[in-house]
Design a protein around this ligand. Structure first.
Ligand code: ADP
Ligand code: MG
Length: 728
């Protein structure tokens, strides 16, 4: 084992796995560092409190006077907790979160200073926006963008900084972040869903979209991770032979959590509690050193913020435990990758989960309405939904026979399949009283309210109904959930809007009763969206063939998938629902395509460097040792030489072959990259990177991984899979 690797393992083992005690109760810690409703009630005047609550609940504007009061109270609260700085916290399209800290401190005349924070600082800031991706919306001459307070997500303290969640927009009004379109989409789905709810209950005033994410990740010893340039620069291993043992024994999933990881989790959870992130579940995942953390679901905007915040905190806490957290979708070849299931539902301000069956036929009809409309929305916009989760790193899951496939389909389970089949047989137009009763009693009335326990879990489905919510499983572990949540809520909003129109026409023009009209429209939807429903094995080749017949898209790579982002239909959809203008939609497409190019470009550079600077020289060194050995054998054994040195000669030849394989492929990859770089059109460039540069990754890896098995372990420069995945 090389000195470097030996040292890394030695250090790793020093991290004594003794469990750290938890001193405080979680419920006592929860939300302590959040300027939440409870804190506001305490700190704000009644007027200010009402003003903010109206903004949160009904989107009312906050006037200047109220903003001033809120700012002043926030400042008092924060100063009382030792805070020195404040920041507008936002989620630019880089995928990371952004913050620029300003001190509360201000000088005043007479050489004195005070702590100051007013409404204007709370409401709006102008960070220099020129270095954030804008997709050409903002050329650098007018590099102005601004951040604006989002009162629906409460301010929080992290470290000694007061963080104020904000949207980030160009001076001309276009969104430059994930949050702005998400808020618009949530607004759209609220409007559309509330209108539909009124068919069933006039008292519904608001519908909220909920999100419960499940974050998967790997924990690797920090020193070992640092010893690997590929992990340091790309977040994943570009090379490395599988360990002799992988996940085939299934001995990690739900197994006891190793103490060292548990200590990390406890500290992470403590931080989450303080920040009001309601994390509840933790467990080992399938691959060695892979884990999951999941909260209790929340209103979608808050849940998205909390996930972005969590990903940031994870890195910091991991570092304190001498770990590096890998959020990448596929950090290690040959073992499971990581995803981020997005559990999604809609619920009313009257406390009803619209995707949970109810106790009466009427509430079940409401459930079926939302259930079927969601299925229909996914069917109509399956390609866009696929595009919403496309990234270079997620391609390792979606395009590569790993959970879940690149084809979007919906799994609903046996019982609901039967219900839909029966509904499909409903008579067109007016229903006889007998049929109505029949429907209410035997179809709609018979949906068990314990579906939750009865929906069998099809783990291969990218979009599965799990009893009282849909689970969008194809989201990548590194993704900002804002993107898929914007798309999902927008397509459902559009679908519900169309549904309402169709039902109203039947009621007003065809003189149908409301429930008759609903049955009629739903029946047509079941027919027209049947092709998206799939209960079988999503990984199989048979499904690929079948999906093709059904006309479902199967875009395995990001450049292909992203096209749906700027189709005529998508542009029209976002415009109609007032979620994104054409300019915003096109800008986002460009940003995502460029991100893809950069991603592959960086990986290609890193791979070329490691292969040439680490792997080839090591292999040559070992080969020279073997050559000396053979020379010695020749001297000693003379004419008997041929029979004793055969294996060594073979080994020397094999090593030569793989060195040659690496060199030739790296050279070809460099040439392909040069050609790709010369292309101006970003879309064509992305295809060039995808189809001409990336294929060399596998070839180079193949030869390097073979060398890893041949070359003396003592001099192998890269920390091996077994060391990263199995050192405890
Ligand atoms: P699993 O899918 O792992 O078996 P659960 O079914 O308990 O686990 O839930 C997984 C996630 O779904 C949790 O994060 C939970 O908060 C979330 N969830 C449950 N109900 C809803 C809902 N109505 N809306 C959104 N997310 C939900
Ligand atoms: Mg799940």
């Amino acid at each position: 084992m090389s000195i470097l690797r030996f040292h890394a393992i030695k250090e790793s083992l020093k991290n004594k796995p003794v469990l750290v005690e938890e001193k405080e109760r979680r419920s006592d810690l929860f939300g302590k560092n959040v300027f939440n409703e409870n804190t506001m009630r305490h700190y704000l005047t009644k007027d200010a409190f009402v003003g903010v609550m109206n903004a949160i609940q009904y989107g009312k504007k906050i006037d200047r006077n109220v903003a001033d009061q809120v700012a002043s109270s926030m400042k008092d609260w924060a100063l009382g907790k030792g805070v020195t700085h404040y920041t507008h916290w936002f989620q630019p399209l880089t995928g990371a979160t952004a913050e620029k800290h300003d001190a509360f401190f201000e000088t005043v005349s007479g050489g004195m200073a005070i702590e100051k924070f007013g409404g204007s600082q709370l409401v709006q800031q102008e960070p220099d926006a020129s270095s954030f991706p804008s997709g050409g919306i903002r050329n650098t001459f007018e590099a102005r963008g601004y951040t604006a307070w989002d009162p629906t997500s409460p301010a929080f303290i992290y470290g000694t900084t007061l963080c104020i969640p904000t949207i980030f927009v160009a001076y001309t009004g276009e969104a430059l972040d994930y949050k702005t379109p998400l808020l618009r989409a949530l607004h759209a789905v609220d409007d559309a869903a509330t209108a539909v709810c009124k068919y069933f209950d006039k008292n519904v005033k608001k519908v909220t979209s909920s999100l419960g994410w499940e974050q998967e990740y790997f924990l690797i010893d920090k020193l070992m991770a640092a010893s690997r340039p590929d992990i340091a620069l790309t977040g994943r291993t570009l090379l490395g032979h599988s360990a002799a043992k992988g996940q085939q024994l299934d001995d990690h999933y739900f197994g006891s959590i190793p103490n060292r990881a548990l200590n990390f989790m406890r500290e992470l959870e403590t931080e989450c509690m303080l920040l009001g992130i309601p994390v509840k579940t933790r467990h080992n995942e399938v691959a060695p050193n892979q884990f999951e953390v999941a909260p209790i679901f929340e209103e979608a905007n808050l849940a998205v913020d909390h996930n972005a915040l969590l990903m940031d905190i994870m890195g910091r806490v991991a570092s304190r435990h001498n770990f590096k957290v890998l959020l990448h979708e596929k950090p290690f070849a040959g073992v499971n990758g990581s995803g981020k299931h997005n559990n999604w539902s809609l619920s009313t301000d009257t406390g009803i989960n619209l995707l949970a069956p109810g106790k009466t036929p009427m509430s079940n009809l409401q459930f079926l309405t939302f259930f079927i409309n969601t299925i229909k929305a996914v069917h109509t916009h399956e390609a866009l939904l696929r595009a919403a989760i496309a990234s270079a790193s997620n391609d390792h899951r979606l395009g590569a026979n790993e959970a879940p496939p690149a084809i979007i389909s919906v799994f609903i389970g046996e019982q609901l399949t039967k219900v839909l089949e029966e509904l499909e047989g409903v008579t067109k137009g007016k229903l006889s009283p007998k049929e109505k009763t029949e429907l209410k009693l035997n179809v709609v009335g018979k949906i068990p309210d314990v579906l939750l326990d009865n929906t069998d879990r099809n783990r291969t489905s990218p979009f599965a109904f799990t009893g009282n919510k849909f689970e969008f499983r194809a989201v990548g572990s590194t993704a900002n959930c804002g993107n898929p949540m914007t798309v999902l809520n927008t397509i459902v909003a559009k679908q519900l809007k169309d549904f309402k129109k169709e039902v109203d026409i039947l009621v007003n023009k065809k003189d149908l009763k409301k429930d008759e009209a609903v049955f009629n429209v739903l029946r047509e939807y079941i027919k027209s969206s049947r092709d998206i429903l799939f209960e079988g094995n999503g990984y199989g080749e048979a499904w690929e063939k079948e999906a093709k017949k059904r006309g479902l898209s199967n875009n395995k790579t990001t450049p292909e998938a992203l096209k749906a982002r700027i189709s005529k239909e998508t542009i029209a959809l976002f415009e109609e629902m007032q979620v994104m203008s054409k300019i915003e939609t096109e800008a986002r497409y460009e940003i995502e395509v460029e991100a893809y190019i950069k991603h592959i470009q960086i990986e290609s550079r890193v791979l070329g460097d490691i292969a040439r600077n680490h792997i080839v020289p090591t292999a040559v060194r070992y080969q020279n040792i073997l050559v000396e050995n053979v020379k010695g054998l020749k001297e000693i054994f003379e004419e008997k030489y041929n029979s004793v040195s055969k294996e060594q000669i073979n080994l020397i030849e094999a090593i030569s072959k793989h060195i040659e394989g690496i060199n030739a492929n790296v050279t070809k990859m460099l040439e392909a990259r040069k050609k790709a770089n010369a292309i101006d059109d970003v879309e064509k460039k992305a295809y060039a990177y995808c189809n001409s540069v990336k294929p060399f990754f596998d070839d180079i890896r193949y030869h390097s991984d073979k060398l890893e098995l041949l070359v003396d372990d003592e001099i192998w420069p890269l920390t091996k899979y077994r060391e990263m995945l199995f050192t405890r």
